[in-house]
Unconditional design. Structure first.
Length: 252
């Protein structure tokens, strides 16, 4: 799902339907499409992996118009009860503001007629982030935990240490199939999750080593691999390499 410009998606987000269970409700500016799809596909339940509006943007529509009460981590219930009235410009352009929604708290297990899912709290990208794991088929619906094996930037509000702990938690489950909300089905997902964890461990070590040598935070950020210029400009600094430095040095 994505808003388009000149026929190209600005920034797409995936949702999944499994046995009547909708995993995330998509961005608020695509509410009309979600309303149609939910009716056509006979959705009976919805889980919100985290409160960011590209994942939770139609929770209010589901509960208000379609009689489906979305489920989310208990810490997201109060977050989603408040509307996102002043999102940054890039978020308004890509997804639109999220209305307030009534959601219910998830338990540790979620059942559908054919499957059952373990609910795994996976903070880091967001404090309320969850992943769903189907233990018999070893499916992992990872929300925004994966994204890529090597990140070139971090959001200002992400907790990199919590993210690393979450990666270790899901790797211990030994998933066979990975479904990412922004990458689709990911081949060799377990190995790529491991690569992401190893990348973050190595990156943190590098940042701490340079910090111990007296480098400034700005100089450390400039030395990190890849360029964040486009994303830094598009998000007015909400995504940047500088946030990696700040996040890792919080425990310096």
């Amino acid at each position: 799902m994505a808003r388009t410009f000149l026929g190209r998606a600005i920034y797409w987000t995936g949702v999944y339907l499994v046995d009547g269970l909708l995993i995330d409700s998509g961005p608020p500016n695509l509410g009309r499409d979600v309303r149609r799809l939910v009716g056509e596909l006979r959705v009976s339940q919805c889980v919100t992996t985290h409160h960011h509006e590209d994942h939770s943007g139609n929770d209010a529509l589901l509960s208000r118009e379609l009689g489906i009460t979305p489920l989310a981590h208990r810490s997201a219930v109060s977050l989603l009860a408040q509307p996102e009235t002043r999102p940054q410009l890039y978020r308004r352009a890509a997804w639109g503001p999220r209305p307030a929604a009534r959601v219910a708290a998830l338990s540790d297990r979620l059942d559908t007629p054919r499957f059952h899912f373990d609910v795994i709290h996976t903070p880091g990208h967001a404090t309320d982030h969850v992943a769903l794991f189907e233990p018999e088929r070893r499916w992992l619906f990872s929300g925004d935990l994966y994204l890529a094996p090597k990140l070139r930037y971090l959001r200002a509000d992400e907790d990199v240490y919590a993210m690393m702990g979450s990666l270790r938690r899901v790797l211990a489950l030994e998933p066979d199939v990975l479904f990412c909300q922004h990458r689709g089905r990911v081949d060799h997902g377990r190995e790529l999750l491991r690569q992401k964890l190893e990348f973050l461990v190595e990156l943190g070590g590098r940042i701490h080593a340079l910090h111990d040598r007296g480098w400034s935070d700005a100089a450390i950020a400039r030395s990190l691999p890849g360029s964040d210029l486009l994303w830094r400009a598009w998000t007015a600094g909400d995504f940047s390499k500088q946030h990696f430095v700040t996040a890792f040095l919080r425990r310096a």
